[in-house]
Write a protein that binds this ligand. Structure first.
Ligand code: PHE
Length: 462
């Protein structure tokens, strides 16, 4: 089965693709604004706990289930469980589709910023906040760029696993890290940079409440690409002798490190420019141009352009993984061919992304779509809340429940041990089994209920 569906050429190929999936807008766009909106260092601390203590075992479990079954999330749950459990997999497939409808829009903004910085006059704007607001409200450019993004994603996914997905990830990630490091060094030399570092690294525990915790959990799942079967799907292309533990450690570390670095870049900038760290989703798009402007017109255009271009590439390796999930579902379950599945899905995702695209000021109805959590929310906010903030931890809860009651941790251990014989009997195995059987389903289940109540029914349990 695995052969006819394609597969990664080797372990490095899988790690590159999985890290490519994990590292994306979640790290560089979403993580800084979530941290800024939820009190800084205290959020960072909880985020790291969520990623390492909960995210990491869930990641191993997703990869193992994918590799054992060689199938998409729906098929994986169906073959190891039954049709009812498969609904959890189907929910993942739908989440992939829906997350892509807003992710692609933000990726289009990043591409537009690359063009506007390198070839337009963005860096001579007087007020980057006003520029951003005007930019996202003007839907013509945004529409073109998000179509473009979807087409490039579709072409790579249509090329298949090793030629498309793996190659794209191997080259782009190292370049992004290099540029990030350079920019951090530069940002640290700016006035008031230290205030930013203090906000980011010195926790104020009075900032912690229920919202901090569920936002951190949602962010950890989003950033690590967990809870919707992206890693079940990628796991299905992994060879049996690969070491899953090793791969999951590398992916978790790479992802958290890049998110951490994005914070080290953004908060010095935010404070040196006297901005509010809690500015929300525009934070990165408003803070970053300032640093590029200060580099002078020529260098600013080159470095600024390069940064946003790399951000696009990071986003691309994530959009690829998001699209791959529903594609694998159609290929495995409906026996469609890959190219046809890609074309139909990419087209429908683009159409469904239009309300998100128009919800940033272009169309009042979608912009001021609902009111909850004490403020007005756009259509994009709603989709992100339902399928990412709430949906991904729920997906994680269902996965761990499935393993605890149906698949059993013994099968999980046996699968992991194939490429890592000393896993069985190790302390790590005990830890993973306890987490998956008792802690994760409970914490994630409670989190699901509290998030739902707090967001949509204004009931705060904690
Ligand atoms: N992890 C990706 C990011 O941080 C987003 C993503 C979520 C990708 C879920 C796949 C699945 O940008």
């Amino acid at each position: 089965m695995a052969n006819s569906r394609g597969g990664f050429t080797n372990k490095i190929g899988f790690i590159a693709a999985a890290a490519g999936s994990a590292v994306g807008l979640g790290n560089i766009w979403k993580f800084p604004y979530e941290t800024g909106a939820n009190g800084g260092a205290a959020f960072l601390l909880i985020y790291l706990c969520c990623a390492f203590l909960i995210g990491f075992p869930v990641m191993m479990a997703e990869i193992a289930l994918g590799r054992k079954t060689g199938l998409n999330p729906y098929g994986a749950y169906a073959s190891e469980g039954n049709k009812r459990w498969a609904l959890a997999g189907l929910f993942g497939v739908i989440s992939g589709f829906m997350i892509l409808t807003f992710y692609n829009v933000v990726a289009g903004w990043a591409f537009g910023y690359f063009l506007q910085i390198s070839f337009g006059d963005l860096l001579s704007a007087e007020n980057f906040g006003a520029f951003f607001g005007g930019y996202v409200a003007d839907y013509t450019d945004n529409m073109i760029y998000s179509i473009l993004f979807m087409i490039v994603t579709a072409i790579i996914v249509a090329r298949g696993v090793s030629k498309g997905i793996e190659m794209a990830a191997k080259v782009l990630m190292p370049t992004l890290i290099f540029l990030l490091i350079l920019l951090i060094i530069y940002a640290l030399t700016l006035d008031n940079a230290l205030d930013g570092i203090r906000f980011y690294l010195v926790p104020d525990f009075s900032e912690i409440n229920g919202k901090t915790v569920y936002s951190a959990m949602g962010q950890a799942f989003f950033s690590l690409s967990l809870g919707m079967g992206a890693l079940i799907t990628y796991g299905s292309y992994v060879s049996k002798n690969d070491n899953i533990v090793n791969s999951a450690v590398i992916v978790t570390l790479a992802d958290t490190m890049i998110a951490f670095m994005a914070g080290m870049l953004i908060f010095p900038l935010v404070f040196s420019q006297g901005m509010e760290p809690s500015a929300g989703p525009g934070l990165v798009f408003v803070a970053l141009p300032g640093i590029f402007q200060s580099m002078g017109p020529v260098i600013g255009k080159v470095i600024g352009g390069a940064f946003f271009l790399l951000l696009c590439f990071a986003a691309l390796t994530s959009t690829i993984s998001l699209l791959e999930v529903p594609v694998a579902y159609l290929v495995d379950e409906k026996k469609w061919n890959r190219k046809r599945s890609v074309a139909i899905l990419a087209g429908s995702i683009f159409l469904c992304s239009l309300p998100c695209l128009l919800s940033q000021g272009a169309v009042e109805f979608f912009t001021d779509f609902m009111h909850y959590e004490g403020s007005s929310k756009s259509f994009l906010d709603l989709v992100a809340d339902l399928f990412s903030e709430i949906g991904l931890p729920l997906g994680g809860c269902l996965l761990t429940l499935f393993i605890a009651v149906k698949w059993k941790t013994s099968q999980l251990s046996a699968e992991i041990a194939i490429g890592y014989p000393s896993y069985q009997g190790s302390t790590l195995e005990k830890y993973v089994n306890i987490m998956i059987t008792f802690i994760c389903p409970v914490i994630l289940g409670v989190m699901f209920i509290t998030t739902l109540l707090q967001k949509f029914f204004n009931v705060a349990l904690f």
